[in-house]
Structure formats: C-alpha cells, structure tokens
Ligand binder design. Structure first.
Ligand code: ACO
Length: 454
C-alpha cells in the first residue's frame, strides 16, 4: 500500500471551562503568570461523570458516525492514554461495543504520559503497512485524557480532550516513511505511582519536565534530520515546513521549543533565510545544558524565532490555548486547527513537522505530507475541524470556585465506596455535556463502570 496516513479525524473536548485570568485571581498569584507568563487563555474540564472511557467512546462513536465509516472496515484499534481507570482492562475493549459483529479488531492500549497517542498512531500506520495486502482493512488510533493537577502551580496547566483518527492507504495526510525519530530516556519528571490514597493527580517535577521536553526537541530534530539526509541527501530546516506542531502543555513551552529549532538551524549553518541571528552570538560558547535554563539565551531565541513562530506555529494553537493541556491529544489539536484553516487551493506539496512528548520519557518527531489539496477526504476533515473550533463558543464558562468543587467531587469519587453514582449523574443529566457525549452512569459493587450517551 502507498501513501499511508490520516484519512479522517474527530475531536471531542468538554463543554466546561474556566478563564485563566479568573484562576490567577483565585490562586492569589501575581496577575499575568498564567496568561502572559504561560500563554494560556482558558482551561477545559470534565465533571465527575466523564472519564477516559467515556471520552474515548464519545470521540470514536462520532468518528464512525460523521464519516460514515463501516465498523466492518476496521482491523486495528489502539488507544493511547495516561488517564487509567483500570490496571488491566484496556479502554480499547470498551470501544468494542461500537463495532457490532466485528470482533476481529487487533490492538490494546498504549501508555506513556502524553506520548501514548503518538505510539497508537505509529502502531496504526505499521499495522496497515503490514496487513493491507492480506485484508484491506483500516485502523483507528484514539488519544484521550483528562489532565488535572492538585492545587498548586501546575493546576493551571490542566485540560481534557479526545481525538480519533482513521488510518489507511491513499490518505491525504501521508505520514512520511523512514523519518520517524525518537528520543526515549529514563526521567522522573512526571508520573502517577500506584500505592497510598488513590489519586488522579500526577507527581510532577515541573522544572525537570520543562528541561526534559526541550532536550527531547533537540535530540529528535537532530535525528530527524540525520534520517532525512540519509534518504534524500539533504536536510530540512524549519523553513521546509508549512507548519510545525508541538505537544503543548502550555503556549510558552512551545515558543521555547520552536526557538530551539531555529537555534539548531543556525548552528547547522542552514539559516540563510533567518534574520537577526546576530542575537545568538553572545551564546556561542554556551553548552546545550546551559541554554535550557539561561534567561538571556531564551530571550534571544524567542526574539530571533518570533517572525517564523507567528507564521508556522502560533496560528494552530487556538485549541491548545483555550482548552489547555489535553495530554495525548494535545499536539493533534494543532492538526485540527491547521485543518480548519486549510486552504483547498493552497500550493502543494505541503509538509508538517510534528513533535510529540510524554514525560517519563518518550518523544518523537515525524512529518506529514499533503500532496493533493483538493482531496475530498481532506475537505471533509476541514469541515469537521472547523466545527470543532467553532464549538469553543458553545461552551459554558465557570468560576474557579465551581472548578475547585468539581475537582473535589472527582477526588471523592476516586476514593468512594461502591456502588456509587457520580454526583453529576445523580440529578438527571445536566447541561454540562454536549449532545452525543457518553457519560459514566454508575460504578457497581464490583467496580464495573457503566455508560450512557446523551
Ligand atoms: N507576569 C508575567 N509572566 C510571569 C509572571 C507574571 N506575573 N509570573 C511568572 N511569569 C512567567 C515566568 O517568568 C515564566 O516565564 P519564563 O519561563 O519565560 O521565565 C512563566 O511565567 C512561568 O513561571 P514559572 O515561575 O516558571 O512557573 P512555575 O514554575 O510556578 O510553574 C510549570 C510552571 C513548571 C510549567 C508548572 O505549571 C507545572 O509543573 N506544570 C505541569 C508540568 C508541565 O506541564 N510540564 C511540561 C512538559 S511535561 C507535560 O506535558 C505534562
């Protein structure tokens, strides 16, 4: 099979959000830290009757429905998530309820913080590559997470969402073969240990997570280029891409990450198209290690990269800035925004560079090529993506007090005796869910979870 890649995409995010300016006041910190400092505008959240399974059911059902995908045409299904509600049973098994008589669907969940969704996508691509000649069936990768933190400086970097993509041959968004590059290492920057009181919250070493992320950007970009050079005899600088998409825990880290790509281009000497690189001169002797945390270096890198950031990165960050970190779907939310804005008469080929990061750590860089801008599957994806962006305006804004109460209810449910009905499912279904959303109706005496669709 040729041109294997993404043929359909769907995005679900919660109907509820809190404004970051309100959170700044509520947390009693200096105004501007979450907004100007981290670059975030709003943060989406789920009530206690949404969990990772309900999110995955919602987005997968909607993908099948909106694109009229025959459940029998699917041969592989994989969920990437870190919001586990069970140590053994895959979320994927719950999604089998959507596939009727077709029980011949390979795949189980993959987990590593925000990276599992990318591994799910890679697995889907590889499954199609290996199996198409025998059974001509397609694959689905699902990324779904609820990002929540205990009160403190990380809480404002939460969010929630789910993305499902259909993968197959002759796709309008082709995952380029042979260029996938990884940086995998052992880091305790963010993790969710088992033991003690049950908690949905991670343990986080914030500064280590930021440094590990930026280091991974460098390593992956370098390796990506080595692999490109090996195949096509010349490397690619940032100017080779229409857009560059990054895992986005918050806007500021993406600015810094893009600055690192520009710095790497400059050091490779492939920067003839960049202006004001003189600003990098004072840092010529700096070790990489020093550049990750040095304020002056970061100011210079943001300065040099800004005109290109505004063209290639920022336009696709709307959903990230207004929903927050969604963990696994985070980088793919930028793909949704890119598709929403895609111009069908744009010159092709266009190329996208994608950086995915999951603490712990696992990271990868890969590229997507769009060669037929007028493709009908691409047009459908654009329509669905535009709908997802517009739906931002249909959400309900809540106060930080209401957000804190919802978090307290989630904590209570996590440690509740069973059987139990989530507090938000007790008094009929309220207006905090979009139509078509699955929700948790109850957890029975054996901790079996049941769901319904609104
Ligand atoms: N006005 C404007 N800017 C401000 C203000 C203010 N009043 N106060 C602080 N800032 C700036 C800071 O200068 C800093 O910017 P800089 O990085 O350019 O210097 C920025 O706001 C953030 O301030 P910090 O003091 O660095 O923030 P803090 O350390 O309290 O928390 C952190 C940030 C570590 C990201 C925290 O929110 C966290 O732990 N989040 C979860 C972990 C995370 O998301 N890690 C990223 C990769 S791993 C993953 O995806 C989960």
């Amino acid at each position: 099979p040729t041109a294997i890649g993404i043929k359909a995409i769907q995005f679900y995010y919660p109907k509820n959000f809190v404004a970051q300016v309100d959170l700044e006041k509520f947390d009693g910190i200096a105004p501007g830290k979450y907004t100007a400092g981290l670059g975030q505008i709003e943060m989406g959240f789920c009530y206690d009757n949404e969990d990772v399974t309900s999110l995955a059911l919602t987005v997968t059902h909607s993908l099948l429905e909106v694109y009229k995908i025959d459940p029998k045409s699917i041969g592989y299904l994989c969920v990437g998530t870190e919001t586990l509600t069970d140590k053994s049973k895959s979320v994927k098994t719950s999604l089998m309820d959507l596939f009727g008589d077709n029980t011949d669907i390979e795949g189980v969940d993959v987990k590593n913080a925000c990276f599992g969704g990318t591994q799910a996508l890679f697995n889907a691509v590889d499954w199609v590559t290996a199996n198409w000649q025998f059974q001509e069936r397609l694959a689905i990768a699902v990324m779904a997470d609820i990002a929540i933190y205990e009160p403190g400086n990380a809480r404002c970097t939460g969010g929630a969402g789910a993305i499902a993509v259909l993968v197959g041959p002759d796709a309008p968004l082709v995952i380029e073969r042979g260029f996938r590059s990884c940086h995998m290492a052992n880091s305790w920057d963010f993790y969710k240990p088992i033991g003690g009181e049950a908690s949905e919250y991670p343990k986080v070493n914030g500064s280590l997570s930021v440094k590990s992320y930026l280091e991974a950007v460098d390593k992956c970009y370098n390796l990506y280029n080595q692999k490109v050079i090996k195949q096509i005899n010349e490397g690619r600088d940032t100017n080779a891409f229409t857009a560059i998409l990054f895992h986005c825990p918050f806007y500021k880290i993406v600015q810094k990450a893009f600055g690192r790509l520009i710095y790497a281009d400059h050091r490779r000497g492939g920067d003839s198209w960049l202006t004001n690189t003189d600003e990098f001169e004072p840092f010529r002797e700096y070790s990489d290690e020093k550049t990750y945390t040095d304020r002056d270096f970061n100011t210079a890198a943001l300065q040099v990269s800004k005109p290109y950031f505004v063209q290639k990165v920022e336009p696709n960050m709307t959903l990230n800035q207004r929903i927050g970190n969604m963990y696994t779907p985070s980088v793919y939310a930028q793909l949704v925004t890119f598709l929403a804005k895609f111009d069908p008469i744009a010159a092709t080929p266009q190329r996208l560079l994608i950086f995915s990061y999951g603490s712990g750590l696992a990271s990868a860089m890969f590229s997507i090529e769009i060669s037929d801008a007028e493709n009908s599957e691409l047009a459908k994806m654009k329509e669905v993506a535009s709908g997802a962006v517009h739906r931002l305006e249909d959400r309900i804004q809540h106060s930080p007090e209401a957000y804190a109460e919802v978090m307290a209810n989630r904590e209570k449910l996590t440690n509740s005796d069973v059987p139990v009905i989530p507090s938000s499912s007790q008094n009929g279904i309220s207006s905090h869910l979009f139509p078509g959303t699955y929700y948790l109706t109850n957890i029975d005496v054996n901790r079996v979870r049941s769901y319904a669709r609104i």
